[in-house]
Design a protein around this ligand. Structure first.
Ligand SMILES: Cc1cc2nc3c(=O)[nH]c(=O)nc-3n(C[C@H](O)[C@H](O)[C@H](O)COP(=O)(O)OP(=O)(O)OC[C@H]3O[C@@H](n4cnc5c(N)ncnc54)[C@H](O)[C@@H]3O)c2cc1C
Length: 342
């Protein structure tokens, strides 16, 4: 049987915010770009609460209208009870009024970003995941898809999120700065007026719980125990009596940064660096690191920048950012006596 071939200057694995932002940056610069997403249809998933800082970023990416279409509610801050009574922590304000975060449908936001990449000329392939990287003399020169298609590239950007496809395939070096953590989360339907105005984060010396409204009558909860794996299956008491939607799920929330650049490849988004979701900035960081990875690829592939130097600068940026966030988060956790973090 003849092997199907696909050639692109930049191949991007994963159609989440990191992968789409990278595809937009590459396609905008005129590179032959291909975005590969395993799922044929965009799925709703965690990451619905967006920091107001995403707004200028999405405008810059040309997706301001997509943000409006995906938006289901706005909120001015978060109720935080960190070892004490809850206080409202506003995002901030300027002469135009308070800065407002967004509650969005991730399926809609991800689709808007992917469509923007497509409108700029990026090819999009859905329904078949990246299976194996193709490596020649230590350099990644492409990948094989699950459907057998062989794809060649000058630069491959892995934005596969928690799947960490390339890191697993190449056994890339990583630093972990927390004990292994699993966050448990789930969704409920009904009405919880106390949670309609703004999300809440409450923590004591055993761990933290996050609750938020994510649609008209849908709410999300998440729980992380400092002692390791949370075994919580039930929604928190705030959502008692509400209808559960689907099963409780788990997500790896170990604080981890992976070597994010090498010969022929870059990592972006959660695939590059991951913290637990306490700060609610995962999507913002995915958009920023995807854009930076895309610009790094443009500099190397199109403008002939030195790949080792470009990759090293990108790595320093990812790791510096991660270490700064780890310091801040570890200090928060230490206040509750959780000192195995950081
Ligand atoms: C419980 C929980 C709550 C959260 N809440 C928030 C929040 O309120 N706000 C916030 O900003 N962040 C939140 N986050 C974090 C946020 O979800 C992530 O940081 C964000 O989605 C990362 O984007 P990404 O593009 O790196 O990865 P993803 O959004 O995970 O996208 C990765 C994409 O890659 C695809 N893929 C995977 N493997 C392959 C493969 N082999 N081939 C092709 N495609 C592949 C996947 O299908 C997926 O579409 C939360 C996380 C959790 C676990």
């Amino acid at each position: 049987m003849e092997t199907r071939r696909l050639d692109a200057e930049v191949l991007i694995v994963g159609g989440g915010p990191a992968g789409s932002a990278a595809a937009i940056a590459c396609a905008q610069a005129g590179l032959r770009t291909c975005l590969l997403e395993r799922h044929a249809d965009a799925k709703d998933k965690p990451g619905e609460g967006l920091h107001p800082g995403v707004e200028p970023l999405l405008r810059e990416l040309g997706v301001a209208q997509g943000l409006q279409a995906a938006s289901r509610a706005r909120f001015a801050g978060v109720w935080v009870g960190w070892g004490g009574p809850p206080r409202f922590e506003a995002f901030g304000e300027d002469q135009d009024g308070p800065w407002l975060g967004y509650q969005v449908s991730r399926a809609r936001l991800d689709t808007a970003l992917q469509e923007r990449a497509g409108a700029l000329g990026a090819e999009r392939r859905y329904g078949s995941g990246a299976q194996e990287p193709i490596v020649e003399q230590g350099r990644v020169i492409g990948l094989r898809l699950e459907d057998g298609t062989e794809c060649r590239s000058k630069m491959l950007i892995d934005a596969s999120g928690p799947a960490r496809w390339l890191a697993r395939k190449l056994d890339l070096p990583q630093r972990e700065r927390s004990p292994r953590q699993i966050v448990r989360y789930g969704y409920v339907r009904g009405h919880c007026p106390v949670r309609d105005e703004a999300p809440a984060l409450s923590a004591d010396d055993s761990g933290w719980t996050w609750t938020a409204r994510v649609d008209d009558d849908v709410y999300q909860w998440a729980r992380m125990d400092f002692e390791g794996h949370s075994s919580r299956d039930e929604p928190p008491s705030e959502f008692a009596g509400m209808e559960r939607i689907g099963a409780t799920r788990g997500a790896d929330a170990t604080w981890r940064v992976t070597q994010s650049a090498g010969p022929g490849w870059l990592l972006a988004g959660d695939a590059a660096a991951n913290l637990d979701p306490t700060s609610s900035k995962g999507v913002l960081k995915a958009l920023l690191s995807g854009t930076m990875a895309g610009r790094t690829a443009v500099a190397i592939v199109q403008r002939g920048a030195d790949e080792a130097q470009g990759g090293a600068a990108y790595r320093r940026w990812i790791e510096g950012w991660f270490d700064t966030d780890v310091t801040a988060l570890a200090a928060m956790y230490a206040k509750l006596g959780a000192d195995a973090f950081g």
